[in-house]
Write a protein that binds this ligand. Structure first.
Ligand code: ADP
Length: 633
């Protein structure tokens, strides 16, 4: 292999085409396009109506084996694969990826545009503000946080009558309910539309939410790894005396508004989901929603442009949708349903067209390994969108499989131990058990599975042969070496051909989800832990049991579940490599993202706002005199 330049040098050396030209090539009209400079555009949702008659293109999910902390190349493979499909095999092929958070970009992980000759460009625009979606989500989340605390402040300082009058003031002599207030009246079963007609009891019921401050789950957010905001005390100003409260910040991408953006099927669906988000309980134990606070409409207003997918391109000029990026630690870690739906129509076929010949491809990625990311992708994202994938790609690397075979730990920023740099077929073969478990897990969903062996400079032919052999033995439909990092799309042509073949397979293909949402929360947790992780079962803490009881009583027991656990093991314990069995997964807590539409169960202490390392990414960034950003990686 020749020396591959840095990601940034590669990104900068390629001049992107005008995004309008890219849009025209794939059949987006000018009236559907909103340009944000020459390299980015938003695409309006009415495109979905225009193309509703089309049959969807092929839907490809890229996931991985249990990774090392270095990452095994899912994003890089996603981009390399579409470059091969689009620029080398003549298909319309979209990479649908998440918008990265600026926290990791300036922290330890760096950007997320792929790597080597498989990248989304321009990588600086991709990794920073993009078109402002994350800023919009921060604004929405923080507006609701401010609304909650302020509402408690006003309720505490006013009697029922004045509170109601101030909440529904007269404007030019007329007292009127706003649309969001009418929603609350409906929920309360008060069948009146004239504010003057409410009885004092009804007015009190309407105005007083009686939030129990100890139950508030809504936190403020910022898109920066600012660890000192993890726990804070608010309300310490003289004017807020007596209203202080301990709360904290999460990183913006960990917010429920981000998860709502990812899972919404339309603008009106997003409006409903934002309104349904539960932020606390009342002192009598009823859930308090964003719409109860009166915020659902305003949050939708703040996010109404964020809902439109963002179009960019790869190094080889093929289309990319960059949209939404819920934090994989506690959420689905996948891009948006709407970007997928849009790309599937653009890559779709007209009635009567030969699908195998004409169909395009939409390649999307799920954060973490198959067993977590893929499980959530199917059971939460696909359940919500109704979309059915055609093929699963599992990215494997020699280095991660050696780690699972018993190799020493690897640490970012530290040179790899020697076993990872020279041939060791024995160690590798042992570690292939981890790949086999992910393959058999993926097979449970009834889809073809293709293993992508992401080639590194140090891999040997004998090692590649072992992975291929073990993957086929475990039931993979194919296992293909791919060298897209060093060669771009050309290096992934064989992988792309394998994906096309698998996606067009008709036999033994029947997509099925893992569990029925009507089962109890504990049953669903046990199914995920046993069938996917290889556990004996779950063990609920007292807190988790209480929360499940509360959510079930409040009517949220029938939601799918996102289990938050380490990505570094199939189990909940990052030290257990390979394929651990017989362990019990401790569930410490269960929380609800009612608007997004899932419960999440914490199997570990999960950090919702990372910290910055001593040498942070931001220390390498500079801007040249001509305005070029340098040092992002
Ligand atoms: P993931 O999406 O699985 O976290 P990425 O695609 O972001 O992984 O890759 C992680 C890092 O490894 C990136 O910096 C990428 O450039 C690098 N990388 C990926 N594949 C290769 C490869 N085959 N050779 C060298 N570096 C690679």
């Amino acid at each position: 292999l020749e020396k591959v330049p840095s990601d940034f040098e590669i990104s900068r050396a390629q001049k992107p085409k005008h995004i309008r030209d890219m849009a025209h090539e794939i059949g987006i009209t000018d009236s559907e396009l909103e340009l944000y400079g020459p390299h980015k555009a938003k695409v309006q949702l009415h495109l979905l109506d225009r193309l509703s008659h089309r049959k969807n293109g092929k839907y490809v999910l890229v996931t991985g084996i249990t990774p090392t902390p270095l990452g095994e190349g899912k994003s890089t493979t996603t981009v390399g694969l579409v470059q091969a499909l689009g620029a080398h095999l003549g298909k319309i092929a979209f990479a649908n990826v998440r918008q990265p958070s600026m926290g990791p970009t300036f922290g330890i992980k760096g950007g997320a545009a792929g790597g080597g000759y498989s990248q989304v460009i321009p990588m600086d625009e991709f990794n920073m503000h993009l078109t402002g979606d994350i800023h919009a989500i921060s604004a929405a989340t923080n507006l609701l946080a401010a609304a909650i605390d302020t509402r408690m402040f006003h309720e505490n300082s006013q009697k029922d009558g004045p509170l109601y009058k101030r909440l529904v003031p007269s404007k030019r002599g007329v007292r009127q309910f706003s649309p969001v207030m009418l929603r609350r009246l409906k929920k309360l079963g008060i069948d009146k539309t004239d504010p003057n007609e409410l009885t004092p009891a009804e007015a009190s019921k309407f105005a007083r939410l009686d939030i129990d401050p100890d139950t508030i789950t809504w936190r403020r957010v910022v898109d920066c790894n600012d660890r000192h905001l993890r726990t804070i005390t608010i309300g310490q100003g003289a004017a807020e005396k007596g209203h202080s409260r301990v709360t904290g910040f999460d990183i913006t991408v960990a917010s429920e508004c981000m998860a709502v953006l990812a899972l919404s099927n339309s603008l009106s669906d997003m409006r409903e989901r934002l309104g349904r988000m539960v932020v606390a309980s009342s002192k009598s134990g009823d859930p308090i929603t964003c719409d109860d606070i009166g915020c659902g409409g305003a949050l939708t207003a703040l996010m109404k442009d964020a809902i439109k997918p963002n179009l960019m391109q790869t190094l080889e000029g093929t289309p990319v949708f960059v949209h939404a990026g819920p934090f994989a630690n506690i959420s689905i870690g996948a891009n948006s349903v709407l970007a997928d739906k849009m790309a599937l129509k653009l890559a779709g076929t007209e009635p009567g067209e030969d699908e195998a010949e004409k169909s395009g491809y939409v390649v999307t990625e799920a954060g973490f390994d198959f067993t977590m990311g893929g499980e959530r992708f199917f059971n939460i994202k696909c359940r919500s969108s109704g979309l059915v994938p055609d093929v699963v790609v599992i990215v494997a690397t020699v280095r991660a499989l050696k780690l699972h075979g018993g190799g020493p730990d690897v640490t970012p920023g530290v040179a790899l131990p020697e076993v990872y740099r020279k041939e060791d077929v024995e160690l590798l073969r042992k570690g292939c058990a981890n790949l086999a478990k992910h393959i058999s897990n993926a097979k449970q969903y009834g889809l073809p599975v293709v293993v992508a062996i992401n080639q590194f400079e140090t891999d040997t032919a004998a090692e590649i042969a072992v992975i291929r052999e073990e993957a086929l033995k475990a039931g993979a439909d194919d296992a293909i070496l791919s060298n897209h990092w060093a060669e771009g799309g050309k290096g992934a042509v064989k992988l792309a051909e394998g994906v096309i073949k698998a996606a067009n397979k008709v036999e033994n293909k029947e997509f099925k989800l893992l569990y029925d949402v009507d089962k109890t929360v504990e049953e669903k947790l046990n199914i995920i832990a046993q069938e996917m992780y290889g556990a004996a079962g779950v063990e609920l803490s007292e807190l988790a049991r209480q929360k499940i009881e509360t959510y079930t009583r409040q009517g949220f027991g029938k939601l799918p579940i996102c289990v938050a656990k380490t990505q570094y093991s199939l189990s909940h314990d990052p030290a257990l490599k390979g394929v651990p069995t017989g362990f019990t997964v401790p569930i410490r807590d269960v929380r609800a993202s009612v608007g997004a539409g899932y419960l999440y169960a914490l199997a570990a202490e999960i950090m919702t706002i990372p910290g910055l390392p001593t040498h942070s990414g931001f220390m390498d960034v500079e801007v040249s005199e001509d305005g070029e950003i340098e040092g992002l990686f």
